[in-house]
Write a protein that binds this ligand. Structure first.
Ligand code: 1HN
Length: 351
């Protein structure tokens, strides 16, 4: 017997269940909780503390070299609801990555899509298909599916960022592919601006004409720098007079989300204010960039500060309370909303 054996007090039915299980069959009529009125997530609300992750990451930096094979010094957020899987939510991977002084993480590519959100430092370049993208605090860097990517830190300071991937989704779909890149070390030409930004980084302007069309199904703009995000938030707050504003990172050519599987947004909650409650289907990962406060997710309350990572399960009511003081609370969130939207499964509500 390999599958679950159902039992019955009626002898004939019990024998039927035994014979069914011998043939890997189960009776739907005995099953409970298969179709729930609302999502019943395995993902639980959880906070990973930046202080802990930094201390443990620094210890890993002393002990763990970056070689072929290991490839990346990454501490994966493992959601306590997911039975030991190295996944922050049922659909998203989240982790902190440490790249020490003069270290390089070699090139590879994979079918899962990834992004980097930088927490501090300004000394790393990520090469995407050979294009060097500068990474500094508050920047979002995309490494879309099947693009070669490698990270270089030519400075004498370590650096740390958050990685988010759609790996659990792609694994669930049994569509993971991986390939190592060429192993010769290519030192990036550290231009201030990548070709990606030169072509697609001017607001409202994209290259026209047949030859200029980007080929992938992801944003051809691969870096979104903090100065632009900050200005967009500040101006939105100015124009609207709101204390809770959000910007969405979009594909400058096609509009819509930056990658087919992940939505990225930055929310600013003014110091000393509290948001209304919101919930959506699908899961989310939130990273605190600036400020401090309290995030309520369902029945859980998390005090948060710079660098903390929060997992938000499907359909959990969420409110944000920014501490009073000089700093607004800036929250970077990645969700699986493009996947749910494409499948017509996306729902959201405000209280
Ligand atoms: C990956 O390629 C990176 O390139 C980071 O920095 C984290 C986690 C799982 C699978 C691939 C990177 C990753 C990863």
């Amino acid at each position: 017997m390999t599958t679950k054996r159902y039992e019955s007090k009626e002898p004939e039915l019990d024998v039927l269940y035994q014979d069914m299980s011998d043939h890997d069959l189960q009776p739907l009529w005995e099953m409970r909780g298969l179709l729930t009125p609302e999502p019943n997530p395995r993902t639980v609300a959880h906070r990973w503390s930046a202080k802990q992750m930094r201390a443990l990451g620094e210890r890993a930096g002393q002990l763990v070299p970056i070689d072929r094979g290991g490839d990346r010094r990454v501490l994966a957020c493992a959601n306590p609801g997911l039975g030991g899987a190295p996944y922050a939510t049922s659909t998203l991977w989240a982790a902190v990555q440490f790249l020490g002084p003069r270290e390089a993480a070699p090139a590879h590519r994979h079918s899962p899509s990834a992004l980097r959100f930088v927490l501090e430092g300004d000394s790393v370049w990520t090469m995407i298909n050979g294009d060097p993208l500068h990474m500094a605090a508050g920047d979002l860097i995309l490494t879309p599916a099947w693009t070669f990517h490698e990270h270089h830190n030519p400075s004498d300071k370590g650096m740390l960022w958050v990685d988010v991937l759609d790996l659990p989704t792609v694994e669930f779909l049994e569509a993971v592919f991986f390939e190592e890149g060429p192993s010769e070390e290519v030192i990036p030409k550290m231009d201030a601006q990548s070709a990606s930004e030169k072509l697609y980084g001017s607001p409202g302007l994209v290259p026209a004409g047949q030859a200029a069309q980007p080929s992938g199904n992801y944003s051809p703009l691969l870096a979104y720098h903090w100065a632009d995000t900050d200005a967009a938030l500040r101006h939105q707050a100015d124009v609207s007079g709101e204390t809770d504003v959000t910007v969405r990172y979009t594909d400058p050519v096609r509009g819509g989300d930056v990658m087919p599987t992940m939505r990225c947004e930055m929310r600013r909650v003014a110091a000393g204010t509290k948001t209304s409650a919101h919930r959506q289907s699908g899961t989310r990962i939130t990273t605190v960039l600036h400020g401090s406060g309290r995030i309520t997710v369902g029945n859980n309350e998390f005090d948060v500060e710079h660098g903390d990572i929060i997992a938000i399960p499907s359909w959990a009511w969420t409110t944000v309370h920014a501490n009073p003081g000089v700093e607004d609370l800036d929250l970077f969130t990645t969700s699986d909303a493009p996947v749910l939207s494409a499948l017509k499964l996306f729902r959201e509500e405000w209280s």
